[in-house]
Design a protein around this ligand. Structure first.
Ligand SMILES: [Zn+2]
Ligand SMILES: [Zn+2]
Length: 334
């Protein structure tokens, strides 16, 4: 394990524990400094005990670098690995083992913290056969959403990356904003080009019940939309659920072949159980998604598996347990 790999692993583990505080920022900084430092200089400083003269390197990161250079797995890596493991019940593990991909994740193209390639490398390490890259659409300016030009540039990047990463595949997708009138924040021709479209509400979350219902039904019934993202918009202990008539929305999802997402982010865990149960009673498909904005967050799918297990979602209704070709023919048709 090189110092860089050791630091990547630490940051990954802190990400999966949803640690965003000072400790994580310090390790990210140390990693960036190590990446920017010549390996020979690093080795020399480790020998001479001058690593901490580098900006952003403190006693803990210097210790980790020295251990890694000495050919051991640094003790801090072992500690943080053990502390941040995401536990799974046997029932939830059944779902996790069946997952072949992840249909909702972000990169540095929008508001993610890792490159497409870094996300793909982690997805591969987690055993996935594919991932759907779903950066934000243009309307979400605070998240640096992609307009037409940038999405086209990203699609070019994907074909190059896919040649390199085969047989793993990065599927083309987007998390498209559902506008206030239920229209989608992307031109039809581009929606048609994407493999998988996640549609989510990110604005005016407190709309009245009826217009919110109409807005979501319209989006769910679009032939381009494959997955309805984090449908209630809640942020646990921070933002209440949006108010809408879930019967109409899930009936539309079932009728028009739009999967209801189980969003695995710890602050979302959306939909809550009673709504997921309702969606299942309508015969909706489900997608268990990480909505990861960092590599370690790709492991959050495990939280979604726990939710799926509690609602006893039939495994065959989870679209990302399907073979990639099966998923693609479904999104084409649905
Ligand atoms: Zn979203
Ligand atoms: Zn997202």
């Amino acid at each position: 394990m090189t110092p860089e790999q050791a630091l990547d692993r630490v940051v990954h583990c802190l990400d999966r524990a949803h640690e965003t505080g000072f400790r994580t920022r310090a390790w990210v900084r140390a990693r960036d400094v190590v990446k920017a430092t010549d390996p020979d200089e690093l080795a020399e400083r480790a020998r001479e005990g001058t690593l901490t003269d580098l900006p952003g390197i403190g006693a803990a990161s210097a210790g980790l670098i020295t251990e890694a250079l000495g050919g051991e797995v640094p003790s801090y890596v072992l500690k943080v690995e053990a502390e941040t493991v995401i536990e799974l019940s046997p029932e939830a593990a059944r779902y996790r083992e069946a997952l072949r991909g992840d249909c909702h994740l972000h990169s540095t193209w929008s508001d993610g913290g890792a490159s497409i390639e870094a996300m793909a490398a982690t997805a591969i390490a987690l055993g996935h056969e594919y991932m759907v890259l779903t950066d934000h659409s243009a309307r979400l300016t605070i998240a640096h959403g992609l307009d037409r030009e940038r999405l086209l540039a990203q699609l070019d990047d994907l074909s190059e990356l896919n040649t390199r990463l085969a047989p793993f595949r990065i599927l083309a997708g987007m998390e498209v904003d559902i506008l206030e009138d239920g229209q989608l924040d992307l031109d039809d021709d581009l929606l048609g080009r994407l493999d998988v479209v996640v549609a989510s509400v990110h604005s005016k979350l407190r709309m009245e019940r009826q217009p919110m219902t109409e807005r979501m039904v319209l989006a769910a019934s679009s032939p381009h939309v494959d997955i309805l993202g984090h449908c209630t918009g809640r942020l646990i202990d921070k933002r209440p659920q949006s108010v809408f008539d879930a019967d109409y929305v899930f009936a539309a999802c079932a009728r028009f072949g739009t999967a209801v997402e189980i969003n695995s982010r710890p602050e979302r865990l959306d939909p809550p159980k009673e709504l997921l149960d309702l969606a299942l009673s309508y015969g909706c498909y489900v997608s268990i998604d990480s909505d990861a904005h960092a590599t370690g967050q790709l492991e959050w799918q495990s939280h979604g598996c726990t939710i799926a297990a509690k609602s006893e979602v039939p495994l065959e209704r989870v679209i990302n347990t399907w073979q990639r070709e099966e998923l693609l023919s479904w999104t084409d048709a649905a």
